[in-house]
Every structure is written in C-alpha cells, then in structure tokens.
Design a protein around this ligand. Structure first.
Ligand SMILES: [Zn+2]
Length: 67
C-alpha cells in the first residue's frame, strides 16, 4: 500500500489518504475511500453534533424529523 492523493469532494483540495489510514479503513471493513479531506470531515462531524444538541434542547418542540 502507498499513500494516495484524493481530491476532496467538498472543498476541491487534494488531501493525502495515508497508508496508515488505508490500513485503518481496511481493519474497520470500510469499502469506500474517504471523499473529503480531514478539515471537511471534521466540519461535518461538528455539524452533526450541533444538530444533535439542538434536538435535545427542544423541550417544547414536536417530534419532527429535520432532515
Ligand atoms: Zn475538504
């Protein structure tokens, strides 16, 4: 295995999918390579966390799926 350069789907920047990360993915059984750089993945993760805390804070809101 060797490091791979992938173009991020979100920001269009090239990022390196390192040998170690590829191994990690293989160990986890992920079949797909990452399509976003770490920055964008972190941003998306943060977004998801925000949404989750929104849901918990909605003491008054009806149960509506906001997707
Ligand atoms: Zn990106």
């Amino acid at each position: 295995m060797a490091d791979k350069t992938i173009t991020c789907k979100d920001c269009g920047e090239d990022f390196v999918f390192t040998e170690g990360e590829q191994q990690f993915y293989a160990e986890k059984g992920f079949e797909n390579e990452p399509i976003r750089c770490k920055k964008c993945r972190d941003a998306r993760k943060a977004q998801r966390n925000n949404r989750r805390s929104d849901d918990q804070g909605g003491f008054n809101s009806p149960r509506i799926k906001k997707y």
